[in-house]
Design a protein around this ligand. Structure first.
Ligand SMILES: Cc1cc2nc3c(=O)[nH]c(=O)nc-3n(C[C@H](O)[C@H](O)[C@H](O)COP(=O)(O)OP(=O)(O)OC[C@H]3O[C@@H](n4cnc5c(N)ncnc54)[C@H](O)[C@@H]3O)c2cc1C
Length: 530
């Protein structure tokens, strides 16, 4: 820690009530998230409450010191790491409060502090017969502020979409330290209102940009700013709430939000299907998604093979096949099941085993548990290998899944990589986790080559560099290629409206830096010794 850092921390202690951490252990802890990166902050601040956050922002703006907000640190693209001030929400009632549960018709609304853990909110809702459909798999380790900032979603995105569709209001601290409640137009600074209205008008007059946005409207994506918000005509508060979704802490610091919740599904049926060939599996997924199913997950045969070698699985998962898990829910679940079975017969898909149908909650949980086991597998793939988060969150229009998967497999074969392939295939969203041998030299070049080739395929199919986990250092240099110069330009304008001084989290949405800058030190032993 330099003398300047000590001075900075001392000054901060006179400004904020909350903790200011500069000890080596804390700085190291907050140098990591779930990505391949390592960046040490200068200082970590735990603001006591919203007022403290305002003071922090005003201080940081004056000192020219960027702020990176951190939720649970579960992000996989390195967006919760920063070399300036890292803001961490302490776990107490100011940030972890759930309140104002209200019912209207068959919907519920609830207010949650940005520090509330996702599973804490789901438990609260479940006890009242509801759930938040943006049900992330990282529920135990991610927080609502982070979920909003990454435009999070989960297996049920196929039916319900991502979290931005469930935001009633968001409260955030702006770059000037104002507290803005998007549900209360009087709190929205005039500069946001007028400039967003002007931007919306120009965007609507730009036929090429609008056409491109329209064609991508149904793509499940968390990449770049949520320009889809401009397609409809929401009041400025709604527009801002939706823009914050996916902004990865670059437009403002979320302090709390009100989300809508759906009634828990009482009737559920899950069917597990076994396919021989991955391309045929993808074709089946496309056919199945035309039915009103709630979720369609895919796990490749190779992934299951690795999982089977590494852990004990129930008999239903012993079949050597590509797996597709389909969830049907609601009062018509049984009728939908008949439609699924008919579709499989009529289309003559070749199944390697008789499908397993689960109806009771325990059986269903047992089948879904395989997705949790994949999270374990990511951390424990094969001895000597790491399942690095490099191209882990791609998406394509579902009708292109078969062609896309086959080309992706060719890329992995060319680069002599085995990869875990699984994901929310019904929404066209796949998690690709190649297993890297860290004893081989040249890891940065191998990472770069893989990302270049995979994203080339993704973009050729009209896909997205992030279907779910959001922006970060891992993807920022590819953003303009995905959206094209015009829409990329509009995204820059959004940033300019909210944060012209680049106070919030630089380098995670717009960046030309190589994606291999700031790799974790443990990933570079071969480079160091060589
Ligand atoms: C095993 C695993 C499974 C996952 N499964 C899913 C999944 O099913 N669906 C999914 O969408 N994602 C998933 N993810 C990715 C990740 O969990 C999500 O992106 C999650 O929403 C991040 O939340 P967090 O609280 O951990 O945020 P962090 O990782 O701490 O931060 C993520 C971004 O949000 C910003 N941020 C955090 N808090 C705030 C705030 N209060 N105000 C402004 N900005 C803020 C940060 O600056 C950063 O840019 C998974 C990750 C892992 C490791």
């Amino acid at each position: 820690m330099t003398a300047a850092d000590v001075k900075l921390a001392d000054k901060l202690r006179t400004v904020v009530r909350g903790q200011v951490l500069t000890d080596q252990e804390s700085l190291r802890h907050y140098s990591f998230d779930q990505s391949i990166y390592q960046i040490e902050p200068r200082v970590v601040v735990l603001p006591y409450d919203v007022e403290d956050t305002q003071r922090l922002v005003i201080f940081a703006a004056r000192e020219g010191m960027p702020i990176t907000a951190r939720g649970g640190g579960s992000g996989t693209a390195g967006s919760a790491l920063g070399s300036g001030i890292v803001m961490v929400l302490p776990e107490h009632d100011c940030w972890n409060r759930i309140s104002d549960f209200a019912l209207s018709a068959d919907k519920a609304r609830v207010r949650a502090g940005a520090g509330v853990y996702h599973n804490q909110l789901q438990d609260y809702l479940r006890q009242r017969g509801f759930f938040l459909p943006a049900d992330v798999t990282s529920a135990e380790i991610s927080r609502i502020g982070g979920n909003i900032a990454t435009k999070a979603s989960g297996p049920h995105a196929l039916r319900y979409g991502s979290i931005d569709g469930f935001l009633e209001q968001v409260t955030f601290v702006s770059d000037r330290g104002e507290v803005v409640d998007t549900g209360d137009e009087t709190t929205i600074p005039e500069r946001f209102r007028t400039r967003l209205a002007e931007l919306r008008q120009r965007l609507h007059a730009d036929r090429a940009a609008m056409a491109l946005l329209e064609t991508r409207r149904h793509l499940k994506t968390a990449s770049g700013y949520n320009l889809f918000a401009f397609l409809d005509d929401p009041a400025s508060g709604k527009l801002i709430a939706r823009l914050l979704a996916g902004s990865v802490g670059t437009l403002g610091l979320v302090t709390e939000a009100t989300v809508r919740a759906e009634p828990s599904e009482r009737q559920q049926v899950v069917i597990l299907l076994y396919f021989a060939d991955l391309a045929e599996t993808a074709r089946a997924v496309c056919a199945l998604r035309e039915l009103p199913v709630a979720a369609i997950e895919l796990i490749s045969r190779e992934t299951m093979g690795i999982l089977r070698r590494r852990s004990q699985l129930p008999e239903s998962l012993a079949v050597d096949a590509n797996l597709v898990l389909v969830e049907l829910s609601g009062p018509t679940a049984e009728t939908e099941l008949e439609k699924v079975e008919k579709l499989l017969r009529v289309e003559s898909f070749r199944l390697l085993a008789v499908p397993v149908v689960a109806r009771d909650a325990e059986e269903i949980a047992r089948l879904w548990a395989v997705r949790k086991q994949l999270l374990w597998l990511i951390r424990n793939p094969q001895p000597g290998f790491q399942a690095l988060s490099v191209v882990n969150d791609v998406g394509v229009p579902p009708e292109h899944l078969a062609g896309f998967i086959s080309e992706v497999e060719q890329v992995f074969a060319r680069q002599r990589l085995t990869s875990l392939i699984y994901g929310h295939a019904g929404s066209g969203n796949l998690h690709l986790r190649p297993l890297f041998d860290l004893t081989l030299p040249g890891l940065p070049a191998r990472i770069q080559r893989l990302a270049d080739e995979i994203y080339q395929v993704v973009l050729r199919y009209g896909g997205t560099i992030s279907g779910e986990h959001g922006m970060g250092r891992l993807r920022a240099p590819y953003l303009s290629r995905e959206w094209g110069a015009d829409l990329y330009g509009y995204m820059h304008e959004v940033k300019e409206i909210f944060d012209p001084g680049e106070l919030f989290n630089p380098g995670v949405v717009f960046s030309d830096s190589p994606i291999t800058d700031h790799l974790r030190e443990e990933l570079l032993p071969a480079e160091k010794s060589g």
